[in-house]
Design a protein around this ligand. Structure first.
Ligand code: 3HC
Length: 287
C-alpha cells in the first residue's frame, strides 16, 4: 500500500495521545475514525480535541475554516467495526499488553487484509502485538509525543517481522503529518524513552537524596541546557504513573539498574500523586 492509498486513518482510544493523533491526522487532510469504549470517554476526548484546535486557532496556527473542515473529517464512535473503513489504524489505548493484543486480534479480523496496523505504545513489545495478527509484516510502532499537535517528532518502530514496505509507508505518513521521523528497533523505550527515562529517574533520585530543591533541579536543565521544561516538571507532564510503567517495562527487559524506578517515584504513584493529570506530583497544580 502507498501513502496515496491511505484516505482514512483509525485511532483506537481518544485519551490524551489518541485525541492528539486524531487532531493531527484530520488537520493533515485524512478522514479519521476514532473509537472509545463508551460515550462518556468519547465526548471527553472530543472536547479535549476541540479545545486544542481552538487554542491552535487563537495562536494563529490554524485558520477557523480549516478547523471546521478538520472536525468534519472526524467520525467518532464506540463501535470497533467502524475500523473496517480504514487503510491504517493507530492503537492508542491504555498501556496494557494483553488488552493491546486483543485489540490487534480484533483489528486483524475487522480490517481488510491490506490495512496497516500500528501502536502508539511508549514501551510495550510491538512484536507481540504483531503476533496477535495474521499480518505481522503490516504491524509497526508509531510513537507520538505529547502534545501531539505541537511536538515535531514521530518515532517509528520496526518490529521483528515488519516489512520494508510498511516502514516506507510509515515514513511517508510521518511527513504528511508534518513530523520528522526517526526509526528504532523494537526494544522497550525505543530511542526517546531509552534516553529520557534514566535522566528522569536520576533527577528523582537526586531530588530524593537532597542534592537540591526541585525548583533548582528544574531551573538547571531549563536555563543551563535550554530544555523547555526541567526534568521534574516534565515527569509531572508525562504522568508519574506512565513514567513508572515505562521504567518497569524497561527494567523488566534489560535488568539494568539505570531503569530501576526510585522508591520515591513508586510511592508517589501509590499515593495517587500522578503529576498534572491528578493535580499534584512534584508540583501542585490545584484542582
Ligand atoms: N496546536 C498547535 N500549536 C500549538 C497548540 C495547539 N493546540 N498549542 C500550542 N501551540 C504552539 C504555540 O503556538 C507555540 O508555538 P510558537 O513557539 O511557534 O509560538 C508552541 O506551540 C508552544 O506553545 P505555548 O506557547 O502555548 O506553550 P509553551 O511555550 O508553554 O510550551 C510545551 C508548552 C510545548 C508543552 C513545552 O513546554 C514543551 O515543549 N514541553 C516539553 C514537552 C515534552 O517534552 N513532551 C514529550 C513528553 S514525552 C512523551 O510524550 C513520550 C511518552 O512516551 C512519555
Amino acid at each position: 500500500m502507498d501513502i496515496q492509498d491511505v484516505k482514512t486513518i483509525g485511532v483506537v482510544g481518544c485519551g490524551l495521545m489518541g485525541a492528539g493523533i486524531v487532531e493531527t491526522s484530520a488537520k493533515a487532510g485524512f478522514n479519521v475514525v476514532v473509537r472509545e469504549i463508551n460515550d462518556e470517554l468519547l465526548q471527553k476526548g472530543m472536547a479535549r480535541l476541540r479545545g486544542s484546535m481552538e487554542k491552535a486557532v487563537s495562536k494563529g496556527k490554524l485558520a477557523a475554516e480549516d478547523k471546521q473542515a478538520a472536525l468534519d473529517r472526524i467520525s467518532a464512535t464506540t463501535d470497533m467495526e467502524a475500523f473496517s473503513a480504514c487503510q491504517l489504524v493507530v492503537e492508542a489505548a491504555i498501556e496494557n499488553l494483553d488488552l493491546k493484543k486483543q485489540i490487534f486480534a480484533d483489528l486483524d479480523r475487522i480490517c481488510p487484509p491490506e490495512t496497516i496496523l500500528s501502536s502508539n505504545t511508549s514501551s510495550l513489545n510491538i512484536t507481540s502485538m504483531a503476533a496477535a495478527t495474521q499480518r505481522p509484516d503490516k504491524v509497526f510502532g508509531l510513537h507520538f509525543f505529547n502534545p501531539v499537535p505541537v511536538m515535531p517528532l514521530l518515532e517509528i518502530v520496526r518490529a521483528l517481522l515488519t516489512s520494508e514496505e510498511t516502514m516506507v509507508l510509515g515514513r511517508a505518513l510521518g511527513e504528511k503529518l508534518g513530523k520528522t521521523v526517526v526509526v528504532a528497533k523494537d526494544r522497550p523505550g525505543f530511542i526517546a524513552n531509552l534516553l529520557f527515562v534514566p535522566y528522569a529517574l536520576d533527577a528523582i533520585r537526586w531530588y530524593d537524596a537532597g542534592l537540591a530543591t526541585k525548583e533548582d533541579i528544574d531551573t538547571t536543565m531549563k536555563l543551563g541546557f535550554n530544555h523547555p521544561m526541567g526534568p521534574l516538571t516534565l515527569c509531572d507532564f508525562v504522568g508519574l504513573d506512565t513514567l513508572l510503567f515505562i521504567a518497569d517495562a524497561m527494567y523488566d527487559e534489560f535488568k539494568d539498574d539505570r531503569y530501576a524506578a526510585p522508591p520515591l517515584l513508586r510511592r508517589m504513584v501509590m499515593a495517587g500523586l500522578m503529576g498534572r493529570k491528578s493535580g499534584r506530583g512534584f508540583y501542585d497544580y490545584g484542582k
